[in-house]
Design a protein around this ligand. Structure first.
Ligand SMILES: NC(=O)c1ccc[n+]([C@@H]2O[C@H](COP(=O)([O-])OP(=O)(O)OC[C@H]3O[C@@H](n4cnc5c(N)ncnc54)[C@H](OP(=O)(O)O)[C@@H]3O)[C@@H](O)[C@H]2O)c1
Length: 338
């Protein structure tokens, strides 16, 4: 970390929404001197998510005024504090403020409202603590009154959220059925994390599950795909069960089986972490992040990292993130990275 105060800073920006490889630019921007109540944060590690691509493409639930800096989730280190700041010190790790965009070398922000992040969690895990693990935690806790021994079924189970669901469910004493596109690639890993059953997400899944399940049923189903996969999830639900949709990776409309919907009194819900976080009470946020940080610290919750690229090489990172050959998240390294 350089002690000289930079006057400019690079950021990955877009001036119009569109395909990331067409609209994103690596730009040099002026960097203001922090005011009395402000701090300078140098980016340490940032994440590339499907929702970042939705935001850049103009399809996400909340869009930024243009031109905008891309990226939603990152951690940084305080490099300079304003004269009136008493709560943070140089070197402290914080969550980068999301609304300003985080695929940037540095940012000046008000000290109040910045979320401290424990320094004893590896940067590659800490940078991913704020969207997917709390989403998985809340999906398991807010929609069904689950008891130890209950079953949860999900699709896209090898996604970051899916792997968090498996690990958190195990720590809560719940069983999981995991549907994936490529079981030959993901079954061993998911089972090592605690998944009970891993199956191909195809039109044979309902029969294959019945053969292993012997009359059991799920109290909660988690859908992040869209299309016909929700039919399998719904058929696996118990009477009065709940299916929560929180993602739409195929872009197709969700399909529901009418018989089960009516005769099993199935409840369909939606969940958006962004909405939850913006309306949550501070004590509820604190409770969720205490649960996540303690598990990231002791290693009982771990997210896969495919690769880490320097911020300036964001184009290669995005190409990797959008491809089918990755195994885990693609991260961007900033100037505060060790
Ligand atoms: N609502 C919320 O608050 C919230 C919060 C966090 C995440 N999400 C959403 O949850 C989803 C997962 O996010 P993530 O960051 O965990 O994802 P991720 O780690 O990037 O993984 C993406 C997953 O989607 C699967 N996938 C991609 N394209 C697919 C397709 N056409 N058909 C079926 N599966 C497909 C991938 O399977 P393969 O490995 O087989 O390609 C992989 O399992 C995304 O839709 C994201 O936007 C929502």
């Amino acid at each position: 970390m350089s002690s000289a105060f930079p006057t400019t800073s690079h950021a990955v920006r877009y001036h119009e929404t569109g395909k990331p490889n067409e609209v994103l630019k690596y730009e040099e921007l002026p960097l203001p001197v922090p005011g009395a109540d402000e701090v300078l944060i140098l980016m340490e590690m940032a994440v590339i998510h499907p929702s970042d691509l939705g935001m850049i493409g103009g399809t996400y639930g909340r869009l930024r005024d243009l031109p905008a800096v891309a990226g939603r989730e990152a951690i940084g280190r305080i490099a300079k504090v304003g004269s009136a700041v008493t709560t943070l010190q140089v070197g402290d790790r914080v969550k980068m403020p999301e609304d300003a965009g985080v695929w940037r070398e540095s940012v000046v922000a008000k000290a109040s409202g910045l979320m401290p992040v424990p320094s004893d969690i590896p940067a590659e895990q800490a940078c991913m603590a704020f969207i997917n693990p709390p989403t998985a935690w809340l999906l398991l806790r807010e929609f069904a009154n689950l008891k130890s021994g209950d079953w949860v079924i999900q699709n896209a189970s090898n996604s970051a959220v899916g792997e968090c669901v498996v690990q958190l469910a195990k720590s809560l004493g719940l069983h999981t059925v995991c549907l994936v596109r490529s079981p030959e690639k993901h079954a061993a890993n998911l089972k090592a994390m605690g998944a009970d059953i891993v199956l191909a997400d195809d039109d044979k899944a309902t029969k294959a599950l019945a053969a292993q399940w012997q009359g059991a049923a799920a109290q909660l189903a988690l859908n992040s795909i869209g299309g016909p996969s929700a039919i399998t999830l719904t058929r696996a639900l118990d009477n009065g069960g709940t299916l929560v949709t929180f993602g739409g990776m195929t872009g197709d409309m969700i399909r529901f089986p009418t018989r089960e919907f009516i005769f099993k009194d199935i409840r369909y819900r939606g969940f958006w972490m962004d909405r939850w976080a913006r309306s949550a009470q501070p004590k509820d946020l604190e409770g969720v992040f205490d649960a996540i940080f303690s598990r990231l610290r002791d290693g009982s919750l771990k997210m896969a990292v495919d690769s880490v690229y320097p911020l300036a090489d964001y184009a290669s990172a995005l190409a990797k993130a959008g491809g089918y050959s990755r195994n885990g998240k693609v991260l961007l390294r900033g100037p505060a990275s060790a």
